[in-house]
Design a binder for this molecule. Structure first.
Ligand SMILES: [Zn+2]
Length: 269
């Protein structure tokens, strides 16, 4: 990794975050027991701190939410020394009062995905605690870093669907009826794999659209979602930068440690 210090902090997000660093980033190729991550990991500096960045969907958005190499991605970050991960993502809103441009820092997650490998432990009685899926230290750092450009919601429940299709109106109304606030396609198994590797993790969700159940028109369309994300990308990136600069650069917090007493099924540096 040449002259770069080991990054304790990371951001896993859209490819629009490539110009996130204060300096020229170094791309690090990482191979894992689970194959290659979505892309080489860029390591650069933010406010004097070494930070790793992984474009979740690949350099040219070549991975769909259901084909992402989630296990390789989280392993690769951890293998570089990362212990705390901010995970910006695009979401649909299940609430009429959280319109496009709202940022939410969810505190709960509901998994509606299927068929995605979601653990590193395929043998033995290993069951990690996941009651609180997101790290409070990271959530607090983002909430405190709110800027005027994007309204901030400091809690919420994010339901993660399999995709790549958007929800039907009935599904969307059902989700909203459960009291869930946001819908997304990549937040799981990312969060639980981070927990298994004892990395603090927090999703930071940018609302790009009202989900189908709330939307009166023709339903949700990808072209509108991408356009809306792009519209708010600059202030959203600034929020993530400020969050990275604000959070304590430390080892995993006590609440995000797994304490399984069981060794991982591979060696980590
Ligand atoms: Zn934590």
């Amino acid at each position: 990794m040449s002259s770069h210090a080991r990054p304790a902090l990371a951001v896993i997000g859209g490819s629009g975050f490539y110009d996130f660093f204060d300096n020229e980033a170094t791309n690090v190729e990482v191979e894992t027991p689970y194959g290659a991550p979505s892309a080489p990991i860029a390591v650069g500096e933010v406010e004097g701190r070494p930070v790793a960045f992984l474009p979740r969907h690949g350099k040219s958005h070549e991975f769909a939410p259901h084909t992402l190499p989630y296990q390789a991605n989280m392993w690769a970050l951890r293998s570089l020394g990362v212990r705390r991960v901010f995970a910006p993502c695009a979401v649909g809103s299940l609430r009429g009062d959280w319109g496009p441009g709202t940022v939410a820092v969810p505190d709960q997650l509901v998994d509606r995905t299927s068929g995605r490998p979601q653990t590193y432990f395929d043998g033995g009685g290993v069951h990690v605690s996941f009651a609180d899926p997101y790290c409070d230290d990271l959530r607090t750092a983002t909430i405190k870093s709110a800027n005027d450009a994007l309204p901030m919601k400091g809690a919420g429940t994010m339901v993660v669907v399999q995709g790549p299709r958007f929800s039907t109106r009935a599904e969307s109304r059902w989700f909203a009826g459960q009291g869930w606030d946001l819908v997304n396609m990549t937040g799981h198994p990312e969060a639980v794999l981070a927990r298994e590797l004892e990395m603090c993790y927090a999703a930071v969700a940018l609302v790009t659209d009202l989900d189908a159940g709330l939307e009166e028109g023709a339903g949700v369309h990808a072209v509108d979602v991408f356009a809306e994300f792009k519209r708010n990308l600059a202030p959203f990136k600034e929020l993530i930068r400020r969050s990275v600069a604000a959070v304590t650069e430390t080892d995993t917090c006590d609440r995000c440690r797994v304490h399984t007493g069981v060794s991982l099924p591979f060696d980590l540096p």
